[in-house]
Design a protein around this ligand. Sequence first.
Ligand code: RB5
Length: 344
Amino acid sequence: MLKSYSKAVEYFENGVVVYPTDTVYGIGCVFDNDSSVKRIYDLKNRDHSKALPLLISDISQLRMLTDDVSESARKLMDVFWPGALTLVFNHNGHVSDLITAGKPTVAVRMPDNPDLRAVIDKLGKPIIGTSANLSGEPSITSYRDAAKRFAGTADMVINGKCHDNIPSTIVDVTDECPVIIRRGSITEDEIEKVINERACKMKIAIGSDHRGSTLRNSLIDHLVSLKCEVIDCGTSADHPVDYPVIARDVAERVQNGSVDYGILICGTGLGMSIASNKFKGIRAALCNSTFMAERARLHNNANILCLGAEFDVDQNAIVDVFIKQEYEGGRHQKRLDMIASFEK
Ligand code: RB5
C-alpha cells in the first residue's frame, strides 16, 4: 500500500478524503459517519434528494448493505467486479437515509484499484464513492484538478492516477431483468451478453393437470420474475382433469407459434410428454435435472418442457436452464429432420 493510502485510513474514518479510483476522482468517508457524509453533500453542492454510491472491497461488505442479490446481479458481479460497474440493489435497512436519499435502494461498486480496496478492507466497511466534482460540473481525473478544487476543504487529497477517466456504468439490478440507468465505460452490449436477455423476452404457455397445479403456480411466479410473458392454460387442483386436454392446448400454441415454449406438468410428467409428442412439430422432453434440460435444448431443440411434480428436484433451476439454453444445431439437425420425417 502506498504511504498516502496507509495514512488515508484514519482520514476516511474521521473526515473527508478526495482520492483517485479506476474511473475518476472520488470523494468519500466511511459510510456510517453521518457528519462527514453531510460535509460531502455540502462540498459537492449536491442536492440531498440524490443518493450517494458506495465502494466496497469485497463481497462480504456487500452483505452489510443488501440481502437481495439477483441471479443477474451475480453474473454481472462475476464478470465486471472489480471494475467500472455500479449496481443498484434493494438495501437491507442498515444504510442511512442520508446516503440513500430515503430510497429503498443503494448503489454499490467494487473499484479495480488494489490500493483503494486495501484501505476499504482495513476500514472493514464501505466508503462513499461519489465523484469528486461539484454537482453539474465535469468529472475530475487528475490530482492537480482535484487538489485545486478541494485543497483546504477536504481533509486529504490523495495523489494518484485514474485509468478509465470515464464514470462507471450504472445498472439497476433490483429486478431480475436489469436496467441500465447510466452509460459508462462498460457498454450495453457487454452487459446484455452477460445477463442473457433471452430469458426475459420469452412467451411461455404453461399447463398442468390437478397433480401439477401447485408446481405450476409457483413456476408462473418464477417466470414472471424473469419477465417472461406467461399464458396460463390451467388447471386448478380442485378436481381431476384428463392431462391430454391440457397437453393439447399447450402443444397447439407451440405448434402455431403463438408462444416460444410450452411447459407441461403432471404427476410424473410422462402423460404430458406422451400426449404432447403426438402433435406435429412438437419435441416435448421430460426433464428431471438441469443436465436433461440442457441436453433437451442443446441436442433435441425441445420446444416443450415436461415436468413431474412428484420429483423432489429444483424445478426452477430446470426451467431456467431450459429457457436460456440455445439449440446447438449442426450434427443434431439431421436427426431432428429424421424425426420430422416420421410424422404423418
Ligand atoms: C394423474 O393421476 C397422473 O396419472 C398424471 O398426473 C401423470 O402422472 C400422468 O402421467
